[in-house]
Design a protein around this ligand. Structure first.
Ligand SMILES: [Zn+2]
Length: 169
């Protein structure tokens, strides 16, 4: 990579950061090489036995469920969304908002560090993958077109989530 290209990329990064500082922070985090290791590992046999086929494909193989097919797309109840694999609390119902994209969408996570972000260049796209920081389960992707004040949209597969009704943290 030559210097001119680095300068142009840095300029573009600063421009994006001015428009959406929260997403710029996530982009930086996603580019960081230091991901560490997930503290919890489940044996594959155990996961196959406890998860549905779709839950396994999404959380362990990074697949995406069909839009509008997930069970939490239209859920509006109060509660907490947890990782379907390890029960890690990830999102609150008041962070969920309506979109037309067909997947449960959240404007933020319950707390920083609950998810790990990583650049995903599969399918020729430049996306940021979101996974559970506790067990490494694939959850979905995060985009910069969410509602204010965060302007973030965590687009998450229902198959990666469990829902605890009327629970607060
Ligand atoms: Zn997990």
């Amino acid at each position: 990579m030559n210097i001119l290209r680095l300068v142009v990329e840095e300029k573009e990064r600063k421009k994006r950061a001015a428009v959406n500082p929260n997403f710029a922070k996530i982009e930086d985090e996603a580019s960081s090489k230091d991901k560490g290791d997930c503290p919890i590992h489940f044996p594959k046999d155990e996961l196959i036995a406890t998860l549905s086929a779709e839950q396994f494909q999404v959380t362990q193989q990074g697949k995406t469920e069909r839009p509008f097919s997930g069970k939490f797309v239209h859920t509006k109840d109060d509660g907490i969304y947890t990782c379907v694999v390890c029960d890690n609390p990830l999102f609150k119902s008041d962070q969920k908002f309506d979109t037309m994209c067909g997947w449960p969408s959240f404007s933020d996570v319950i707390a920083h560090g609950k998810v790990t972000v990583k650049r995903d260049t599969s399918h020729g796209a430049r996306r940021i993958e979101v996974s559970c920081s506790q067990c490494g389960a694939h959850l979905g992707h995060v985009f910069d077109d969410g509602p204010r004040p965060t302007k973030l949209r965590y687009c998450i597969n229902s198959a990666s989530l469990d829902f605890k009704k009327h629970t607060t943290v």
